[in-house]
Design a protein around this ligand. Structure first.
Ligand code: KIV
Ligand code: ZN
Length: 504
């Protein structure tokens, strides 16, 4: 009999802990809709106590997505748990995911508590969760570096107080596959009451073993895998959902496990998360990298032409990549436009479709054909609602080989125009300094990248920047056929996100 493996998606929680990643409520909801189509079992929507924005995202998603379990993270204390319970109030199937460390390293340096004290906290916390829901997941953080007997005791305490799912995180990505599966087996044999719970695994990818560890763990008895789209997450990330789903699907004859993931939605989901987070996918990334289905070597191409099975274990169509893409251009109608936008994973309302379609038409008029990257850039630019505290009115650049670059920028704040002029090391630096002068936000530029999203000299330039302000990193995006304008827009977008993050 094939065992069902529950998929607990943590893109919106652990994924959002990745450096430089900040999604607003609208963006999180957009991803949650797509996770619903991907058919994950649990959506971990956020960590409500950590910020207003996380609280609101969990609340909003709970109110809208009713056919999935919605989980919220909480440290093992009443304040966190109460915030999670409150944010999940409208969820049809709420899950409180509470955690405390179990390793001696964490107990000594992070918690400064004895083993007995931590067991007491774990017990009280799980009990507190019951005030809000019976669906309680308990995680022993840094489980893989913990003393096994103590870990088993901690899980027994959690079970006794009402935990239904026990998570065994490899928090620092240290475990080896056989070691990890042996730990799961040990827990299966040594934790009283474990047979009435689900064992969950949560593996980080510091040594590139997150997926391998998760797969071996299910052989040992785990029945839930925590993973994220494109493997995004803290540091080197988490196990990638697309890899887990495709391993279990491709090798189903050899393994008695299945997930309910709708693998046809994988390409769309990966695309959407990459676009909204700004986390690019390496071309050689398994399953969703752009070269995952490309065959370069002559001998491989020859084999493929004779029979695809010679070198292909997966078909691009399986994950929802269509071989023939509709080419969109100035003659394309609204219907074709909407279909392509949906295929890319976007879920737009009528007003957003209208705005994006108008922009598409004007770009198609200038460029002729519009490819998927152009479309993604248009949709993101037109639909992701960021309140415009600062709005670009105009800019003027003086730059050249023998002149010091100077930028004059005009920005509207509450309808009033503010202007600044600044020198700089090139036109972009000068513009950013002029913007700083107006916004009075001291932001540090951490990363800047520019990408031509389509081919040709008239390609759209998409600028992504990451800036840090008081320890919070935000992403800013801007698109234009003029790279200086795209850079200015991206910087102003980041400034707006800083203000938004301060307000939410
Ligand atoms: O990696 C980890 O230990 C976590 C816990 C909060 C489950 O993310
Ligand atoms: Zn984690």
């Amino acid at each position: 009999m094939s065992h069902k493996i529950f998929i607990f998606d943590t893109t919106l929680r652990d994924g959002e802990q990745a450096p430089g990643m900040h999604l607003n409520v609208k963006e999180k909801l957009e991803i949650a809709y797509q996770l619903q189509k991907l058919n994950v079992d649990v959506i971990e929507a956020g960590f409500p106590i950590s910020s207003k924005s996380d609280f609101n995202a969990v609340k909003e998603i709970s109110g809208i997505i009713k056919d999935k379990s919605i989980a919220a993270l909480a440290r093992a204390n009443f304040k966190d748990i109460d915030a999670a319970g409150e944010a999940l109030k409208n969820a049809a199937n709420p899950v409180i995911h509470t955690f405390i460390s179990s390793s001696d390293i964490h107990l000594k340096y992070q918690l400064n508590k004895t083993r007995e004290q931590v067991l007491e906290i774990a017990a009280e916390s799980v009990k507190r969760c019951k005030k809000y829901t019976d669906n309680i997941e308990f995680s022993a953080m840094d489980a893989t570096r913990s003393d096994r007997e103590y870990l088993a005791r901690m899980f027994e305490v959690a079970i006794k107080n009402g935990a239904k799912v026990l998570n065994v995180p490899d928090t620092v990505g240290y475990a080896l596959p056989l070691e990890y599966s042996a730990l799961i087996e040990y827990l299966m044999n040594n934790v009283r009451g474990i047979e009435n719970t689900i064992i969950s695994v949560h593996c980080h990818n510091d040594l590139g073993l997150a997926v391998a560890n998760s797969i071996l763990a299910i052989n040992a008895g785990a029945r839930q895998i925590e993973c994220s789209v494109n493997g995004v997450g803290e540091r080197a990330g988490n196990a990638a959902i697309e890899e887990i789903a495709l391993i279990l699907d491709t090798r189903k004859k050899d393994m008695d496990f299945h997930t309910d993931i709708n693998i046809k939605e994988i390409a769309k989901t990966s695309n959407l998360v990459s676009s909204l987070t700004g986390y690019l996918i390496a071309p050689n990334k398994a399953i969703v990298g752009k070269n995952a289905f490309s065959h370069e070597a002559g001998i491989h191409q020859d084999g493929m032409l004779k029979d695809r099975s010679t070198y292909e274990i997966l078909k691009p169509e399986d994950i929802g990549l269509s071989a023939s893409k509709l080419i969109l251009g100035k003659h394309s109608g609204r219907h074709a436009f909407v279909k392509r936008i949906e295929d890319l994973g976007f879920n737009l309302n009528e007003a957003e479709i209208e705005k994006s379609f108008e922009k598409f038409k004007s770009l198609a008029e200038r460029k002729g054909t519009i490819n998927d990257n152009d479309l993604k850039a248009i949709v993101q630019n037109e639909t992701i609602e960021i309140k415009e505290y600062f709005k670009l009115n105009y800019y003027h650049i003086l730059s050249g080989t023998n002149v010091k670059s100077t930028s004059t920028v005009g920005i509207e704040i509450n309808g009033k125009l503010f202007e600044a002029v600044h020198f700089g090391d090139g036109p972009i630096d000068a513009s950013f300094k002029a913007i700083d002068q107006i916004t009075k936000l001291s932001a540090k530029l951490i990363d800047y990248s520019i990408e031509a999203v389509s081919e040709g000299k008239d390609a759209i330039g998409a600028v992504k920047i990451v800036v840090s302000n008081n320890g919070i990193q935000v992403l800013g995006r801007g698109i234009s056929t003029d790279v200086i304008e795209a850079s200015i827009k991206a910087y102003i977008n980041a400034m707006n996100r800083i203000v938004e993050s301060q307000e939410t």
